[in-house]
Write a protein that binds this ligand. Structure first.
Ligand code: SAM
Length: 300
C-alpha cells in the first residue's frame, strides 16, 4: 500500500488587510481548515489520552453515568469514538460528536468532553514592558493591544506582568457555555490539561504533538496544536482526575500475591489493571488533569 504523503499547508499568516493574522486565526486554519490537521489525522496516531491509556477510564465514565442516574452519554470531540465503544458495552446509549456533526439543541444525561477544549484555538497575549497586553500574531510577534472581552477576561482570570504570556480563555469558555446551555437535566464534564488562578504558567503552555512526540507548534497542519485550559473560568466544580477516578472506584492497588498461586490468570489480569489505573491516577501525569463538573436541573 502506498504510504500516505504528509501534506504541509502553507501557514496562514496574512489577513485580508495584508497584516499578520492573530495566532488564533492561524491556529484555527492549521487544525480545522480544509486541509487542517484534524481533517486528515486520527488523534490516537499522535498522542495518548486517558481514553487510549485504559478502558478503565471509560468504565469510570459509565459508573459516573450510573451515579447521576442516566443511560445517555454525549461525547463531544469524540475522536475515533473509542470512549463510546466501551460505554456501549456497558449498556449506555452514546452520541459521538465530531467536527461538522450537528450538536443537538438539547442535551440531557451525561455530557463528556475529554481533551476537547485544549484544542479550541484561542488568542495568545504577551505583556509589553509597560504592562500592556498585546495579541500575538501568527509568527508569535506582538500585534494589536488586547481589548474588549479578551481584556476583561485577562483582568479577571489571568493578570500578567511585563514579559508574561497568556492564553486567553474566552473561546474555550464560550464553547463550553454553548454545551452547558443545551442541558436541561444532566451533568456536564470537561476533562483536560489545565490550571487555575493560583497556578497559571507565566509563559503559557502552547505546544504541538506529532506522531506521539511533543514538538514545536508549527502552523502548517502537520501537528496537533494545544494549550492547557483555564479550568476555573469555565464555571463548575474543579476536581483532579485522580480525585474523580478514585471516587468512581479506580484503584491502583496491586492484587494480593497469594492470588498468583491460586489463580495466576486472575492475578495477571488484576496486576495489569493496577498498572493501567496507576497511569490514569498518576499525580504528575493524567491524574493531574482537571475535571470541571456541572450538575444541571433547569425548570422548563
Ligand atoms: C484531542 S482530540 C480528543 C479525542 C478524544 N476525546 C480522546 O479523548 O481521545 C480532540 C477532538 O476534538 C475534535 N473537535 C475539535 N473541535 C470540535 C468541534 N467544534 N466539534 C466536535 N469535535 C471537535 C477534534 O476533531 C478531535 O478529534
Amino acid at each position: 500500500m502506498a504510504r500516505r504523503q504528509q501534506r504541509r499547508l502553507e501557514p496562514v499568516r496574512l489577513g485580508r488587510s495584508g497584516q499578520l493574522t492573530t495566532y488564533r486565526t492561524a491556529w484555527q486554519q492549521a487544525l480545522y481548515g480544509p486541509d487542517g490537521f484534524y481533517r486528515r489525522e486520527r488523534p490516537a496516531a499522535h498522542f495518548r489520552t486517558s481514553v487510549h491509556a485504559s478502558e478503565l477510564f471509560a468504565r469510570a465514565i459509565a459508573q459516573l453515568a450510573r451515579q447521576v442516574g442516566t443511560d445517555q452519554v454525549t461525547d463531544i470531540g469524540a475522536g475515533s469514538g473509542e470512549l463510546g465503544r466501551v460505554l456501549r458495552t456497558e449498556g449506555l446509549q452514546v452520541l459521538d460528536i465530531e467536527l461538522d456533526d450537528h450538536l443537538p439543541d438539547r442535551l440531557n444525561g451525561l455530557v463528556v468532553a475529554n481533551e476537547w477544549l485544549d484544542n479550541i484555538p484561542c488568542e495568545l497575549a504577551e505583556w509589553d514592558e509597560d504592562g500592556v497586553p498585546h495579541y500575538l500574531t501568527a509568527d508569535l510577534t506582538p500585534g494589536d493591544v488586547v481589548e474588549g472581552n479578551d481584556l476583561e477576561w485577562l483582568r479577571k482570570w489571568w493578570p500578567g506582568e511585563p514579559g508574561d504570556r497568556a492564553e486567553i480563555g474566552v473561546t474555550r469558555d464560550e464553547a463550553w457555555a454553548a454545551v452547558v446551555a443545551r442541558i436541561d437535566h444532566g451533568t456536564a464534564v470537561a476533562i483536560d490539561y489545565g490550571h487555575i488562578a493560583d497556578d497559571r504558567p507565566p509563559y503559557g503552555t502552547l505546544t504541538g504533538f506529532r506522531a506521539g512526540r511533543e514538538c514545536e507548534p508549527v502552523l502548517d497542519g502537520s501537528c496537533d496544536i494545544t494549550a492547557h485550559v483555564a479550568l476555573d473560568s469555565l464555571g463548575g466544580e474543579v476536581h483532579t482526575q485522580r480525585e474523580m477516578l478514585t471516587q468512581l472506584g479506580v484503584s491502583a492497588q496491586r492484587p494480593p500475591l497469594a492470588l498468583a498461586s491460586t489463580n495466576s490468570a486472575a492475578y495477571l489480569a488484576a496486576l495489569s489493571a493496577a498498572g493501567e489505573a496507576a497511569e490514569l491516577l498518576d499525580p504528575s501525569g493524567l491524574g493531574s488533569f482537571g475535571w470541571v463538573v456541572s450538575h444541571l436541573a433547569q425548570d422548563a
